[in-house]
Design a protein around this ligand. Structure first.
Ligand SMILES: NC(=O)c1ccc[n+]([C@@H]2O[C@H](COP(=O)([O-])OP(=O)(O)OC[C@H]3O[C@@H](n4cnc5c(N)ncnc54)[C@H](OP(=O)(O)O)[C@@H]3O)[C@@H](O)[C@H]2O)c1
Length: 390
């Protein structure tokens, strides 16, 4: 880890992938609050060139790109188009690349940043899920750092600072349990898109909100944690904690447990990551524990949330299995968001796709991309036409 800030320290140059999204906007908030600490030098968006242009103008961004410009939308001068342009922005000279593009679309720009030796601060769990072994191998080879932005992994990072790997007995991810924690599973077939998008504690983009409802999000986070912290799957637990105050915790071999607490505000882990572990003042108000009591924790019911076990098994299988899981889930969630698939069909479609995939161990990037393509095609073919939610 590099040294902390001093009054004379140069500003940290930040590249932001997914600059117009939920995490991207919150990262912009942090940068705007600390103009003497950060400089936004590069920005990438998916399709909204207009929103990206606002970011570019607001921060005087040097290089920007939109991956798939909307037809008919004017692209301001200086904003590149296409995946190659996005990868160039990802790889440009910077101190940290904040990755906040949902799903597999983040893989190529993230790899471009890593190959250029950049430190990445990743909110996007899907990159490590799809290609954890490869990403870690390449990052180690070029000396690129990988820092967590996801609130749970940031919590674990904070709990583990200064601790020895051999002192860790277990890491435990907390989960809010989403909107259906107490709903009768017999009624899951009637869950509407609007109900699934109503997350009780976090305000996030649509894909991760649906993943939180099914708890696939927690399954993906198990795999992400395995790669970020080199902890075996058997030593990664999950508990439901509906208030999202305890963001995760670590159990040590001597019986001590260290947890990280805070109000749910993604700007805290974003700021910590882009500042390379330095704590900045006043990002959020401290949690008032007397007002937050009781802090409750529950076991995960595997019948209600089969996605957690499915993802854990895919992680344990390794090879291309997590990439297949991730791609099938992306197709299923997109179909649900499009009202083409019922809520209760999301996880079964992912399971069916996983069962159909041929395992490749120690996959190359091409193997991973092939597995991703296979899973997308398989899942798309098996979507039940006409399944609509009210
Ligand atoms: N939001 C949270 O609180 C939260 C918390 C923890 C982890 N995460 C993770 O962070 C990631 C981002 O989530 P989010 O909630 O910020 O998503 P979001 O609000 O949907 O924003 C997505 C961003 O990525 C861009 N984008 C979309 N598709 C792209 C593509 N194919 N290529 C390049 N850019 C693309 C979007 O650009 P356009 O605006 O042009 O479409 C937008 O800037 C996800 O992996 C999520 O799981 C989010």
């Amino acid at each position: 880890m590099t040294t902390g800030f001093t009054a004379a320290a140069p500003r940290r140059r930040v590249v932001l992938l997914g600059a117009t999204g939920s995490i991207g906007r919150q990262c912009c908030d942090v940068i705007a609050r600390f103009p003497d600490r950060f400089e936004l030098v590069g920005a990438v968006a998916g399709s909204d060139a207009g929103a990206l242009a606002e970011v570019v103008n607001r921060f005087g961004v040097r290089r920007a790109a939109v991956v798939s410009p909307r037809p008919g939308q004017r692209r301001p001068d200086g904003i590149g188009a296409g995946i190659e342009a996005a990868c160039e922005v990802a790889a440009m000279e910077s101190d940290v690349v904040c990755v906040a593009i949902p799903g597999a679309a983040a893989l190529r720009p993230t790899l471009a940043a890593i190959e250029a030796g950049r430190t990445i601060a990743t909110a996007t769990k899907e990159v490590l899920v799809m290609a954890g072994e490869l990403v870690k191998r390449r990052a180690a080879a070029v000396g690129a750092g990988i820092l967590p932005v996801d609130s749970e992994h940031s919590a674990l990072w904070q709990c583990l600072r200064g601790e020895r790997a051999e002192s860790v007995a277990r890491i435990v991810l907390t989960a809010s349990g989403g909107p259906f924690r107490e709903r009768d599973p017999a009624t899951f077939a009637t869950i509407t898109l609007e109900e699934a998008l109503r997350h009780p504690t976090w305000n996030m983009g649509p894909k991760v909100t649906i993943d939180s409802a099914t708890m696939m999000n927690k399954g993906l986070e198990i795999i992400e944690a395995h790669f970020l912290f080199d902890v075996p799957y058997a030593s990664i637990g999950v508990v439901i904690h509906p208030r999202s105050i305890v963001h995760s915790f670590v159990e040590f071999i001597d019986g001590a447990t260290i947890a990280q607490l805070g109000i749910p505000d993604m700007r805290v882990p974003i700021a910590l990551a882009i500042a390379d572990g330095e704590r900045l003042p006043g990002i959020a108000a401290p949690v008032q524990l007397t007002a937050s009591s009781p802090l409750e924790f529950f076991e995960v019911d595997p019948a209600r949330f089969p996605a957690v076990g499915l993802a854990r098994a895919a992680g344990e299988t390794g090879g291309i299995a997590p990439a297949v899981l991730n791609a099938a889930n992306e197709v299923a969630v997109a179909a649900f968001l499009d009202r083409r698939l019922g809520y209760d069909a999301i996880v079964p479609l992912v399971a069916e796709t996983l069962a159909a995939a041929a395992l490749v161990r120690q996959p190359s990037l091409n193997d991973i991309l092939d597995a991703d393509a296979f899973a997308r095609q398989f899942a798309a073919r098996h979507l039940e036409p006409g399944v609509m939610q009210a």
